[in-house]
Design a protein around this ligand. Structure first.
Ligand code: KG4
Ligand code: ZN
Length: 339
C-alpha cells in the first residue's frame, strides 16, 4: 500500500510517499523559517497562508520524485491535531479533496504519535524497532517524555509545565541577539563557550507536577535577568559561556528524565524526535546513556515531516479503517501538554 502523507501543523509544509508504512519513496519538506524569521517566531496567520500557496507544488514534487502517479496512491494520511488551526486546516482540506477526487480513503493522525512513530521509517532504522520504547519529543511547540507501547499508544510520563524546550532556546537566542530559529545558533555559539561558566538552576517544580515533568521558564528567566547570580567566580560573562551553560542545563534535565524513565520502566530503547533532537550535545548524551540503545533519526525525520504521517497513517488505516468524512482539526490535545 502506498500512502501520501501530508504535514502542515506548524511551519513545515511536507509531503511524502511511503510504502507499507516504512519505505520512504520520496519526501519534500519546505520550511517557512525564512518567512517567520523577521517576526522571531511562527505567525499563525502567515503560516496558513504560506501552506495554501505551497501545498500543491510540494505534493506535486513529492509525487514526481517518488516516480508514482496519483493512480498509484492508495491512501492519503494527514495530521489533524495538535497544531495551529489554520495550518492544520489547509493540510486537512487538501487531503480530503485529494481523497475525494481519487475515490481513495483518507486518515487523520495525531502529530505527536506520528513523531513517536518516525524511528520506524527505513530512513531512521534499517529494521523495524521493537516496542515498547521511551520517546523524547522536543521541539518548538512540544516537550513530551512518553512510553511508546505500540504504533498508536503513547503513555505520557511527563512534559513541560511551561515553555517548550525549543521555545526556550529561541527566547534565549533572541536575548543574545542571535538569528531565528535559535536552537542551531545557540549550539554553534556554545561550541566556543564554557558550559560550567554559569551554574544555572534546574527547575523547581510544584507539587502538582508529575515526576517526569520539566520546566524551562525559570531557566530562561535566570539566563535573561539573573545570570550574574549564577556566574562562577572567575568565569567570563561572554555570550558563548551563556549559550554553553544554558544548553547544558536545558539538555541535562531532559536526559535526567529519560534516564529515570529507563530505570523505572526497565525499557532500554530510547527514541528522540522534534527539532531539538538535532542538537549535538543532546544526541551525544543520549548515545552515552549506559545500557540504552538510543535511536536518533536524521534531522529531516526529527523535524515535522510527511513521512512519519504517511507511516503512522498506514497502520491507523489498516487497524481502524478510514477517518470520518467530517473529521476536523484540533489545536490542542489535552493528553499531550503542549506549550
Ligand atoms: O520540530 P521543529 O522543526 O518545529 C516545531 O517546533 O514543530 O522544531 C523547531 C525547534 C526550534 O525551537 C529550534 O530552535 C529548535 O527546534 N532546534 C534546536 C536545534 N535545531 C532546532 N534546538 C537546539 N539545538 C539545535 N541544534
Ligand atoms: Zn512536530
Amino acid at each position: 500500500m502506498r500512502v501520501l502523507g501530508v504535514e502542515t501543523s506548524c511551519d513545515e509544509c511536507s509531503v511524502a510517499v511511503v510504502e507499507e508504512g516504512r519505505r520512504i519513496m520520496s519526501m519534500e519538506t519546505l520550511t517557512q523559517t525564512a518567512i517567520h524569521a523577521r517576526f522571531s517566531g511562527v505567525v499563525p496567520e502567515v503560516a496558513s497562508r504560506a501552506h495554501a500557496e505551497m501545498i500543491l507544488p510540494v505534493a506535486s514534487a513529492a509525487l514526481e520524485r517518488s516516480g508514482c502517479s496519483l493512480d498509484d496512491i492508495d491512501l492519503v494520511a494527514v495530521t489533524n491535531r495538535p497544531g495551529l488551526s489554520g495550518s492544520l486546516t489547509v493540510g486537512l482540506a487538501f487531503a480530503k479533496a485529494l481523497a475525494l477526487s481519487r475515490s481513495i480513503p483518507f486518515v487523520a493522525v495525531d502529530h505527536i504519535v506520528a513523531h513517536a512513530y518516525a524511528i520506524q521509517l527505513d530512513g531512521a532504522s534499517p529494521v523495524p524497532v521493537g516496542y515498547p520504547y521511551i520517546t523524547l519529543l522536543v521541539s518548538g511547540g512540544h516537550t513530551v517524555i512518553a512510553v511508546s507501547r505500540d504504533v498508536e499508544t503513547l503513555e505520557v510520563l511527563g512534559g513541560t509545565i511551561d515553555d517548550a524546550c525549543g521555545e526556550a532556546f529561541d527566547k534565549v537566542a533572541s536575548f543574545l541577539d542571535l538569528e531565528y530559529p535559535g536552537g542551531p545558533a545557540i549550539e554553534r555559539l556554545a561550541t566556543g563557550g564554557d558550559a560550567e561558566a554559569f551554574a544555572f538552576p534546574t527547575a523547581r517544580l510544584g507539587r502538582r507536577a508529575r515526576p517526569y515533568d520539566v520546566s524551562f521558564s525559570g531557566l530562561k528567566t535566570a539566563v535573561i535577568h539573573q545570570r550574574e547570580r549564577f556566574r562562577r567566580p572567575g568565569a567570563a560573562d561572554s555570550a558563548a559561556n551563556v549559550a554553553a551553560s544554558f544548553q547544558k542545563s536545558a539538555i541535562d534535565v531532559l536526559v535526567d528524565r529519560v534516564d529515570a524513565a529507563v530505570r523505572s520502566t526497565g525499557i532500554t530503547t530510547v527514541a528522540a524526535g522534534g527539532g531539538v533532537a538535532a542538537n549535538g550535545y543532546l544526541r551525544e548524551r543520549l548515545m552515552s546513556l549506559p545500557a540504552v540503545a538510543s535511536i536518533l533519526p536524521p534531522g529531516e525525520l526529527c523535524v515535522d515531516n510527511g513521512a512519519m504521517v504517511a507511516g503512522l497513517g498506514y497502520h491507523m488505516y489498516t487497524r481502524n479503517g478510514p477517518s470520518s468524512a467530517d473529521a476536523g482539526v484540533r489545536a490542542r490535545v489535552p493528553l499531550f501538554r503542549s506549550s
